[in-house]
Design a binder for this molecule. Structure first.
Ligand code: SF4
Length: 251
């Protein structure tokens, strides 16, 4: 496979696939060509993307809970101060954990604008990256933004994934300077682990962004130079093991 200059654009999933096994990235790209920017930014996250982000076997739940988090603030703004949550929330442990988390945030917030998200499920595509950011909030007292990714549980590459989204957002701002609502800098990033009800937030440090940028550039160079070597250590849970097997027997 030859990746042309204009195809050197990675989604968060493709980025993590390449780190896991460059051959996995290669097979994925053969099966899923690079989308057009307008189509990508105006579509919703696909079922398969939930599977690839670690929701194997749980993709229906992943979609259901992402949808619940997306609509939560609009639906429950009028009752979030109440001691007893609505029945449909009490019946589901993940929804209840989110309710408790959001109620604590609501009580601590100096103003509703720090509780209500600025944006949810935002799809962005730049020259080199694309992805969907689950939630964007204002950081209280800091005059900047916080990006949140919703995940069922922690995974080893979570901090890399957050740096991917933060740099994606910054690049989108630079490439689209006059776009409404994108005039604030990202100061914090974090994950909300919904099966545990835990939020982990980190300050976005300049040195981390620069280190990530050069790491990402190195990966693009490897892709441009067709360095799709095979890393056999992760084969047991690879979605592409059958296609990979056939390829290896053919070569
Ligand atoms: S089966 Fe193994 S070598 Fe093949 S793509 Fe998957 S992880 Fe890579």
């Amino acid at each position: 496979m030859v990746v042309l200059e204009y195809e050197l654009n990675l989604s968060a999933t493709e980025f993590l696939y390449f780190l896991d096994c460059p051959q996995k990235f290669r097979l994925y790209r053969i099966l899923n060509p690079l989308p057009n920017k307008d189509d990508f930014m105006n579509s919703r996250r696909s079922l398969s993307s939930y599977e690839m982000r670690g929701y194997q076997g749980k993709k229906d739940d992943g979609i259901k809970y992402h949808h619940f988090f997306e609509k939560f603030h609009k639906k429950y703004a009028k009752v979030i101060h109440q001691t007893v949550p609505p029945e449909e929330i009490s019946e589901d442990s993940i929804k209840l954990l989110y309710w408790i988390n959001q109620q604590e945030k609501y009580i601590a917030a100096k103003d509703d604008c720090y509780w209500y998200p600025v944006e949810r499920e935002v799809r962005l595509m730049t020259e080199k990256k694309r992805g969907q950011i689950d939630c964007i909030e204002f950081c209280e007292d800091k005059f900047g933004l916080r990006l949140i990714d919703y995940k069922p549980n922690p995974e080893p590459n979570d901090q890399l994934l957050l740096l991917f989204y933060a740099t994606l957002y910054n690049e989108y701002q630079l490439e689209n300077p006059n776009k409404d609502g994108l005039n604030y800098e990202v100061l914090e990033v974090g994950c909300y682990y919904y099966e545990m009800g835990i939020k982990e937030i980190f300050d976005l440090i300049e040195v981390n962004k620069k280190t990530f940028d050069s790491f990402f550039k190195e990966i693009l160079e490897k892709i441009a130079n067709n360095k799709f070597f095979i890393k056999k250590s992760s084969c047991w849970n690879c979605n592409y093991k059958y296609a990979c097997n056939i390829e290896q027997r053919r070569s």
